[in-house]
Design a protein around this ligand. Structure first.
Ligand code: AMP
Ligand code: GLY
Length: 425
């Protein structure tokens, strides 16, 4: 099988690493990739925004399966282009990708399907939105409708803050058309969890539970990032609560999308807030989570290529997945300053030592390889990942490996998985 992977983060490195281990996979191509992925896959010189060119490549090079990592090509309709040409692709169609591409669509969908979510209103008129927040009880949450790389959500505590957020989104258009429409919703207090399933449009199969740490500082403080680390399993979403989320969130999402004529094929990620043991959906993503995937895939014993191909070809029904009992912890090493400004092109040393440790794998995110040396090329640089008999052991092993790696102004959180450890005892 010849596989093409789209994306350049730690998630895509984990996908490439797991696909490489499949007996079914012969060649892997990647666009654009990163320093780590390019050790496993052949890089392509095509603009990732040129969806037709990507399809041309897949057609001309007899690609058997294309796996899409990030949301942007999916929301842009890459799956539709591939399907029109009879090519096999893992990822939802443009109409199904609206679950992530439009928060207003997702909220209205949830309301129609009876899926619990924060109360909300949708506005496309700045003055009406401004008037609405003048009589709101704070805090409230203001969200740009469209894709903003996770930066379009404002939790605001006063009328002034709310007006400032509306001004930035709707008037200054700091995220362009993504802020043309906004969702204003009730603030929910609770603990966040993410559930990821793979669906073929009719059936779905849950992946091992995982949880990420979004904030930059320890104890989940400071601004949100792309993810400072993750662990699997996530004790918060095991057992009864997991069943509840599958029954009340995932099942109605898959069946509701099918009923609307936009069956969801691909990875569906529901970000939920758990409040009094009830799940409230905060958002959907139409792709694998990053960095959750880096903590999930090392625990997967089954063949990933088989799973993704079955989902793409609508034959998930009789598939079961086998998982390692062991736990996994993945720690993100970031460039100092991230998620604000940071410097790049710092040489990374000690990767070989860390990678040589047993039960440790280092997934690359923002790295590039020049003359057999690795340099930083992004905010999130590496995901140092380890398996262990318990989350505690996996955490110790991951941090032991972290100690081997160095680059100028390297930053990481020291408390990845502590949320889980508090629950385990
Ligand atoms: P979203 O992209 O909609 O998941 O929002 C990004 C982050 O903002 C979430 O991970 C939460 O931390 C926070 N957030 C979003 N919506 C709410 C809400 N209704 N109540 C509290 N926090 C929220
Ligand atoms: N870990 C959050 C995300 O993938 O959006």
């Amino acid at each position: 099988m010849r596989v093409l992977i789209l994306g350049s983060g730690g998630r895509e490195h984990a996908l490439a690493w797991k696909l490489k281990a499949s007996k079914m996979v012969k060649d892997i191509f990647v666009l654009p990739g990163n320093g780590g992925i390019l050790k496993l896959a052949q890089g392509l010189d095509i603009d990732i925004a040129d969806l037709d060119k990507i399809a041309d490549f897949a057609q001309e090079n007899r690609i058997d399966l294309t796996v899409v990592g990030p949301e942007v090509p999916l929301v842009g309709g890459i799956a539709d282009i591939f399907l029109d040409r009879g090519l096999v692709i893992f990822g939802p169609s443009k109409s199904a990708a609206r679950l992530e591409g439009s928060k207003a669509f997702a909220k209205r969908f949830m309301k129609d399907e009876g899926i619990t979510t924060a109360d909300f209103e949708v506005f496309d008129d700045y003055n009406q939105a401004k008037e609405y927040v003048s009589s709101s009880n704070f805090p409230i949450v203001i969200k740009a409708d469209g894709l903003c790389s996770g930066k379009g959500v404002f939790v605001v505590n006063s009328r002034e803050e709310a007006q400032r957020a509306l001004g930035l989104l709707m008037r200054e258009r700091i995220f362009g058309d993504a802020g043309e429409t906004v969702v204003i919703e009730q603030y929910l207090k609770g603990e966040e969890a993410s559930i990821i399933v793979v669906s073929d449009g009719d059936n779905f199969i849950g992946l091992a539970s995982a949880q990420d740490h979004k904030q930059i500082y320890e104890c989940d403080k400071g601004p949100n990032t792309g993810g400072m680390g993750a662990y699997s399993p996530a004790p918060l979403v095991e057992g009864e609560l997991l069943d509840k989320i599958l029954d009340r969130v995932i099942r109605p999402t898959i069946s509701g999308m099918k009923r609307r004529g936009c069956s969801f094929k691909g990875a569906l990620y529901a970000g939920v807030m758990i409040k009094d043991m009830e799940p409230y959906v905060l958002e959907y993503n139409v792709r694998f989570g990053d960095p959750e995937t880096q903590a999930i895939l090392p625990r997967l014993k089954s063949d990933l290529a088989y799973l993704l191909e079955a989902a793409a070809k609508k034959s998930l029904k009789n598939i079961t997945l086998n998982w390692e009992r062991r736990a996994c912890v993945s720690v993100t090493l970031a460039s100092g300053g991230y998620p604000a400004e940071y410097e790049q092109s710092k040489e990374i040393i000690g990767l070989d030592k860390a990678e040589g440790l047993q039960d440790v794998v280092v997934f690359h995110a923002g790295t590039k390889n020049i003359d057999n040396k690795y340099f930083t090329s992004g905010g999130r640089v590496l995901n140092v990942t380890a398996l262990g008999d318990s989350i505690k052991e996996a955490k110790e092993r991951a941090y032991y490996a972290v100690e081997m790696i160095k680059f100028d102004k390297m930053y990481y959180r020291r408390d990845i998985s502590d949320k889980a450890l508090k629950r385990e005892v």
